[in-house]
Design a protein around this ligand. Structure first.
Ligand code: FES
Length: 174
């Protein structure tokens, strides 16, 4: 932001956010700030954009008059907020009890090693995003990995690269 003019700042921030978010923030102006307002705002931004960019978090901070440290703190504290665009394929590793007992942590380590990312991150080529999730309701297949809408299980660490390769091929297929 290169201006000190509040009107221009507001306009620039409004342009960085979906219209419904700008309206929602305006409707809450003057009310005491609560975490629930901020969480609702961040959900609305993510629903519209798929993730929360630094520019959008700055704009929320300015328009809602909430310190950027608080906006960033909430966005990073809750695992359901994404700070990077989603990859073409969404990997959800189940860390529910049944899957954990059957070695889900080792599957997670193998996925992270294969892709060079951690939970909440997207590969540089935009192919994969990795998230953890709780019970997917398919405990009989534990440990379970869901990629896009397909459940894989039981998965062994040695199978991880083969499974991921299937999705890379799918993306490349004409
Ligand atoms: S604990 Fe993983 S599917 Fe139920």
């Amino acid at each position: 932001m290169t201006t000190d003019n509040w009107t221009e700042i507001q306009q620039a921030c409004a342009a960085a956010l979906p219209a419904n978010v700008v309206q929602f923030i305006a409707s809450k102006r003057g009310l005491p700030h609560s975490n629930s307002h901020l969480i609702a705002i961040l959900h609305m931004v993510q629903d519209a954009e798929g993730y929360l960019s630094q520019e959008q978090m700055n704009a929320v901070s300015q328009l809602a008059q909430i310190p950027l440290a608080k906006v960033t703190g909430v966005a990073t504290f809750y695992h359901y907020f994404r700070l990077q665009p989603r990859g073409k394929h969404m990997i959800n590793l189940c860390l529910g009890t049944a899957c954990y007992v059957k070695g889900a942590d080792k599957i997670g380590q193998r996925i992270m090693a294969e892709l060079g990312i951690h939970f909440g991150e997207t590969t540089k080529d935009g192919q994969f995003s990795l998230e953890s999730t709780r019970c997917l309701g398919t405990c009989g297949l534990a440990p379970v990995v869901m990629i896009d809408d397909q459940v894989h299980g039981p998965v062994t660490p040695g199978e991880v690269s083969v499974i991921l390769e299937q999705y890379v091929k799918k993306t490349k297929a004409p």
